[in-house]
Design a protein around this ligand. Sequence first.
Ligand SMILES: Nc1ncnc2c1ncn2[C@@H]1O[C@H](COP(=O)(O)OP(=O)(O)OP(=O)(O)O)[C@@H](O)[C@H]1O
Ligand SMILES: [Mg+2]
Length: 590
Amino acid sequence: MKSLQHLNKYFIKYKWHFLLGILFTIVSNYFGVQMPLYVKTTIDSLMQNVQIKSVNDALWVSLQIGGFYMFLSLCKGFFLFLMRQTIIVMSRHIEFDLKNEIYDQYQKLDMSFYKKNRTGDLMNRISEDVSHVRMYLGPGIMYSINLFVLFTLVVYQMIKISPSLTAFVLIPLPIMSYLIYKVSAKMNFLSKKVQEEQSLLSTIAQESFAGIRVIKAYGQQNSTEKKFNQSSDNYKNKSMKLVFVNALFIPTILFLIGLSTILSIYLGGNMSFNNEISLGGIVAFIFFVNNLTWPFASIGWVTSLIQRAAASQQRINEFLEVKPEIKSNDNQKSFSFQNEVTFNEVSYTYKNTGIKALNKLSFTIKKGETFAIIGKTGSGKSTILSLLLRQLDPSSGQVSYDSTDLKNMNLELFRNKVGIVPQEVFLFSDTIKNNILFGANNNSATDAELKECCVTADIHDTILSFEDDFDTVLGERGVNLSGGQKQRISIARALLRNPKILILDDCLSAVDTETENRILERLKEKSADQTTVIVSHRISTIRNAEKIIVIDGGQMIEEGSHESLLKNKGFYYDMYQQQLNEESNANSED
Ligand SMILES: Nc1ncnc2c1ncn2[C@@H]1O[C@H](COP(=O)(O)OP(=O)(O)OP(=O)(O)O)[C@@H](O)[C@H]1O
Ligand SMILES: [Mg+2]
């Protein structure tokens, strides 16, 4: 239960909701208790002095009694409404705050956190776990307060009427609470299983919709259907079990209510023969016992609800307590880059797989130059870029800008000056304009700036050819762009922040060589003092770079300009020959 202490700060924040909620609960229950008492006094006085002489008299008396009873009932209902309006509303406010707190934490955490955790888990914390916690904050707390207040008021009145009868009729109630607790815990357990099956089922459905082209192309409809049916079957079986336990819930309560009522009537009847209790007293008892049953039933339910909330909050706390491994330095020194970036004996090992991606790598990138990294797939190129951007910290060695270690810089100010086009382009389901503006610092730019970046990335004409040009919506229900178009939008996005360093990770792979050359030339023209780091498999992409390094197995095996590397007749030369051959083969096939 300790994990739930995290929520105390929210109770303090919403203290007025909470305190008023308690007050309304007390007032509502006060009227609730007056109702049976009123019935009791009415019956008793009617029994003692029957003065009704005509039908009109009888009508008048019953109208009076009925009217007052209705008034009490209305008052009880009104305050019940206010009780829900304060406590349940509080729980919704806290739910909102808690979701924001978790999301905020997600945004603070670095890439290594996301590598360790599955998307499904991240989603569950923010949706399912928070909703479990809310059940505790809302109904859980409301029913607990209600039970406490009601129990005090009702039992006080019952003892005033007859202490011994009170003792007898209360006996079945704790048994009921225990049984309900057991049934609720079983229900929670089973509904968790049902939920798991359901999310499995939706994953299968979702994947088959996303991959429908591949499924149809390979003629795998039947096997996909079989997989779905099987999962659907599992879901049904688990649901049937839940239905069975659910069905036990209400009968258990009704049976025990019945038992208490019978006890009240039987024992009360016996006592009334001995004049120990009035007829009105017995009726009031039956009312009281009925009033107590639901709150007692709720003890069991609320207990299992709190247990579930504690487990969920525990998982949420584990996420909230994670500290980002990459911490920004808080100094406000703006990022300036005058001379060079240096990698000094940098090694990097991926912790999760133990793969040593870089091994004692040293090189220097001069300001204003185009610096290219080439190498086979898996050689460590993207890892170099992650270190350059401080998405990762070196396992050993240093990355420094103008001899300031990157670790000592304010990350936000640094990243504002860097434009990155990642290897895997990601575009949001939004308009083209907003997707590009995403790159601008402050998300704003003039139309002229937007146009200029799109022209440089060679995507402007394509955008204008769409019906809604810049307002064209991308994504599932919008326009689907080709791989090369996406890459170029992503380049425009990076250019819009007017970066001091532009990093292109193999982002022209889906663009033909002619367009590629055009883009590279324009980039060169655009800004002489912008440093560009470009990663590629294709020599044609990087041949004009001032400096090229060749990476293999996380180590630098060659460096120099295109010409000097060719003269070396090493790895680069072989690669070049191979690519020339492939190209001429491709041309002869045309
Ligand atoms: N997130 C990761 N977790 C574990 N290992 C990784 C991770 N990312 C990369 N690696 C490993 O590190 C090595 C270098 O990967 P990297 O992505 O830097 O290669 P690359 O040169 O960019 O390849 P490509 O040209 O295919 O993009 C590979 O062996 C890869 O398996
Ligand atoms: Mg890569």
